[in-house]
Design a protein around this ligand. Structure first.
Ligand code: UDP
Length: 247
């Protein structure tokens, strides 16, 4: 019986192992700065629904709601220092997310690419894989651990390392558009877009380093609106939601 159940579940899921990328804006909600716990609580329920389906889930968190190295550099702070501050910001978000997820009974582990052993595990690939196999959600923090990168690139890197079949990139719009849908009413949404076209159009939704890494390794990315209820769950079972970046 148990085997039959597992088989059924495998068949109904389109993506069994996913890397969810939650940027800083997912944490701040409408405020655009800091952390909105009511917002996080809502997101954690979305995550719980996906876990319930049996999806194996890693989450890469951003930090733009607290600090961005590039912006700080414009104010005169050394870019690398600003970037390290940004990486620390992602760890603050990771701890907040861990707290709300665990309050919903979801077992999590935070792994950081900059060691902070008192509060989280260091990133160890084989250990992350073991957690995933045990059904734990692994929250990846600290980006790549290197300045001049972004958490989108870190998401692509970790997704490849843990054998994720797809990156789910959470945004506040319904997918990828030909232009900014908030500024241009003629902007049209793509159902699907190839990596090269994405790069040629210089679309801003993901940085080119991240997209190139995905392209070189045939890793699809689904860009979707996290504010849409059940969106992650619907993607997991194969519904057409958002825009898929794939050749
Ligand atoms: N950052 C970095 N290296 C990384 C990931 C992040 O230097 O591998 C820094 C960078 O300064 C960035 C900040 O951390 O501005 C926050 O990350 P990101 O901008 O990717 O967050 P998001 O846009 O997803 O909120």
């Amino acid at each position: 019986m148990e085997h039959k159940g597992d088989f059924m579940e495998e068949r109904t899921l389109k993506w069994k192992r996913v890397l969810l990328k939650m940027g800083g804006e997912a944490f701040s909600g409408k405020k655009n700065f800091g952390i909105s716990f009511s917002r996080l609580s809502w997101i954690s329920e979305e995550i719980r629904k996906v876990k319930e389906l049996g999806v194996c889930l890693g989450i890469m968190v951003g930090g733009g709601n607290i600090w961005r190295g590039e912006k700080a550099a414009k104010e005169g702070i050394d870019r690398a220092t600003g970037d390290y501050m940004g990486m620390l910001a992602t760890i603050i978000n990771a701890l907040a997310l861990q707290d709300v997820l665990e309050k919903r009974g979801i077992v999590t582990r935070v792994q950081t690419s900059i060691e902070m052993r008192e509060i989280a595990e260091p990133y160890i690939r084989r250990r992350a894989l073991r957690h995933l196999e045990k059904g734990r959600v692994v929250i990846f923090a600290g980006g790549t651990g290197n300045p001049y990168f972004t958490t989108d690139t870190a998401a692509a890197l970790r997704a490849l390392e843990i054998g994720a079949e797809v990156i789910l990139k959470a945004t506040k719009v319904a997918g990828i558009y030909s232009a900014d849908p908030f500024k241009d009413e003629k902007a049209v949404k793509f159902e699907r877009i190839g990596y090269t076209e994405f790069l040629n159009r210089r679309l801003k939704v993901m940085d080119s380093t991240a997209v190139t890494l995905c392209m070189d390794n045939n890793l699809p990315v689904v860009v979707f609106d996290l504010n849409e209820p059940d969106s992650i769950k619907r993607i997991a079972v194969g519904e057409r939601v958002g825009t898929i970046v794939q050749d």
